[in-house]
Design a protein around this ligand. Structure first.
Ligand SMILES: Cc1cc2nc3c(=O)[nH]c(=O)nc-3n(C[C@H](O)[C@H](O)[C@H](O)COP(=O)(O)OP(=O)(O)OC[C@H]3O[C@@H](n4cnc5c(N)ncnc54)[C@H](O)[C@@H]3O)c2cc1C
Length: 596
């Protein structure tokens, strides 16, 4: 082979001895960073990814199938060979349930598994990052990067002809990026009732929520390529024609070797019994293994809290107590319902109808197979769906870090206190959303978007082939449970509106057996699951606040090592995470380029 064939490599022996940049993980963030760094043909870049490529199976690419777990339409990639198939440790506040925590083990990472909701949070969600000590990390500064990543397509005129009033503002969108954002060409008829229900409840309808005004109800885009109505992933950022970009698949990074405070090499291996190889880093290594694996790699490299490292016999290279701390996530709750309007998702139980719709998708790229089951969601401030005054008093009465794990390091505690102050004061804000309400025909799912609880990702083995220990400590702060109870009750209020009653929206699960606050609490504990927005496990924060990276995403204490993935997010925004991460990775690439 030539020295730089620009190919996908599946054997360690084929790679060069050294690269300017080694990117760990070819998921969402890793592929964006690798793309931008390799734009300069004189710069050499290697990506090392544990998984491989998909074969563009229907269950990965067709929006309805891939985002569904409805046996009538088929199962998506969760639980498949493209998933790491991990679970959390038992969660005491969830009745000791372990929660499934799917994560992409594939080129494209989570973007191959995800539900394709593509939206951004409110201005205030991002401005908080700057307030926590990260200069330049605010909405205004991020917007150009959000736009840079995106290939936006306006709604099809057909939707307007059908009477759907979908507005957009071109100033908030980009057209020259590599991930598609588009509106599904099909809208379930019940959406009209949802929209009217929101109006009835005086929830603002936002014309285009991508511009930082995102508290209210709105149409959202999907990461779907409108030309063929198939999933658009971060693989769009992978350019195989570049000879200076190498991609090694099927290999797991086992650790970073640090000498005299600088990254020297990245070690990797194809399997537990395979040999370990290493590649020299000339400029920087970028960890983009995701919020569940990046802390594992750091800990295996001797970067973390000394007490944790020494309990496993790992020598400390950098004592950084924030590694694996500040874990937080959005949680959601399934509540079942039926609607009486035609068609609705219950039609999928009719095989003939489903086959007809599938044929329509195959021939015209139209119909319900182009959607995720819903196109219009609400992101609401606490004051809209709960008694914000009571919640605010309860938060104010709390000692900020009382509900953290007792062995939380002091710097992490201090960082949480700063976040807690923001979470508490924003309960009364009208521009910060605390819960999302996902609408579909068979459910209204409340999802917690400003969690007060914090957990950890750690390790209990020195083998890089063992899974990390995921302890989200879901609902460990009782304010999260209180928010859920209010969210559950608000979902009933939505169902009770005249607009929803026009189509007889009826709760089928849990139904009348769950009425009191205590019963709702029990239902929440038994039912919540992850919305897959794991964040914060290597937070961008000042070191005295438990930070792992600085505002240029450089790891404290090591030269030439940056982190670019969901683990740097210090406080998760009230939005599904991918659109935010695409923007972060774009900004990170510029930060890296400007320092060399
Ligand atoms: C089931 C599911 C549904 C979701 N739904 C939505 C949604 O609808 N909308 C939305 O906005 N977001 C959604 N998300 C979230 C979003 O996809 C993730 O937040 C995002 O993919 C995280 O990006 P990342 O770069 O941090 O990590 P990832 O995209 O997870 O990439 C990490 C990559 O690193 C690789 N890796 C890990 N460890 C190693 C190692 N040791 N060596 C080599 N490679 C390694 C992994 O295989 C993976 O490819 C969903 C996620 C999931 C899992």
């Amino acid at each position: 082979r030539q020295a730089f064939p620009g190919i996908i490599l599946d054997r360690a022996s084929e790679i060069l001895q050294s690269y300017d940049y080694v990117v760990v993980g070819g998921g969402l963030s890793g592929l964006v960073v690798a793309n931008r760094l390799s734009e300069d043909s004189g710069t050499t870049v290697l990506i090392i990814e544990a998984g491989g490529f998909t074969e563009n199976e229907d269950w990965v690419t067709i929006p309805l199938i891939t985002s569904s777990n409805d046996p009538a339409v088929g199962h998506g990639p969760i639980g498949s060979k493209y998933d790491w198939n991990m679970t959390s440790i038992p969660q005491p506040e969830l009745g000791n349930r372990s929660v499934n925590t799917p994560a992409g083990k594939v080129i494209g990472g989570g973007t191959v598994l995800n539900g394709m909701v593509f939206n951004r949070g409110s201005r205030a969600d991002y401005d908080r990052w700057e307030a926590l000590g990260n200069p330049g990390w605010n909405f205004e500064n991020l917007l150009p990067y959000f736009k840079k990543s995106e290939i936006f397509t306006p709604p099809d005129l057909k939707l307007e002809a059908e009477g759907w009033d979908i507005q957009y503002n071109p100033a908030y969108h980009g057209e020259h990026g590599h991930v598609h954002s588009s509106f599904a060409p099909f809208v379930w008829p019940s959406t009209r009732n949802y929209i009217n229900a929101m109006k009835e409840l005086e929830v603002p309808i936002i014309n285009d929520a991508m511009g930082g005004d995102a508290t209210g109800a709105y149409w959202f885009t999907q990461s779907v390529n409108p030309e063929n109505e198939t999933r658009s992933t971060s693989q769009g950022f992978y350019d195989p024609s570049r000879p200076n970009l190498h991609l090694l698949i099927g290999n797991r990074v086992t650790k970073a070797i640090i000498e005299s405070g600088k990254v020297e090499c990245i070690e990797f291996s194809a399997g537990e019994n395979a040999t370990t190889s290493s590649v020299k880093v000339l400029k920087e290594a970028i960890l983009s293994a995701g919020a569940l694996h990046t802390p594992q790699i750091l800990l295996l490299s001797g970067i973390g809290e000394t007490a944790h490292l020494s309990s496993l016999g790992i020598e400390t290279v950098v004592d950084l107590p924030g590694v694996g701390a500040n874990y937080h996530d959005h949680l959601l709750l399934f509540i079942g319902q039926t609607v009486n309007v035609s068609p609705n998702v219950a039609n999928f139980s009719n095989q003939t109808w489903t086959s007809e719709q599938f044929s329509l998708y195959e021939s015209e790229r139209e119909g319900p197979f182009t959607t995720l089951g819903g196109n219009f969601f609400a992101f609401l401030p606490a004051g809209t769906f709960s008694n914000a005054t009571a919640l605010s008093s309860a938060a104010t009465a709390q000692q900020a870090s009382h509900y953290l794990s007792p062995n939380t390091p002091p710097t992490v505690r201090a960082g949480y206190e700063a976040q807690f102050a923001l979470l508490t004061s924003d309960i009364s804000s009208s521009t910060v959303a605390y819960m999302e309400f996902i609408f579909g025909d068979n459910t209204i799912l409340p999802a917690l978007h400003q969690p007060f609880s914090r957990g950890t990702v750690s390790i209990n083995s020195t083998s890089p082939f063992d899974n990390p220990v995921i302890d989200p400590r879901y609902l460990s702060n009782p304010l999260d449970l209180a928010l859920f109870v209010a969210g559950f009750e608000y979902a009933r209020k939505i169902r009770g509106t005249a607009a929803m009653q026009e189509i007889n929206v009826t709760e089928t699960y849990p139904g009348a057996s769950v009425m009191t606050s205590e019963q709702i609490e029990e239902f929440v504990r038994g039912g919540v699951s992850t919305e897959h927005h794991h964040s914060g496990t290597a937070s961008m924060l000042p070191q005295e606040l438990g930070g792992v990276v600085d505002s240029k995403l450089r790891l404290y204490g090591v030269e030439g090592l940056r982190i670019v993935d969901a683990s740097i997010v210090p406080m998760v925004p009230a939005a599904h995470l991918q659109a935010t991460l695409y923007g972060i990775a774009e900004k990170a690439a510029d930060l890296i380029k400007s320092s060399h």
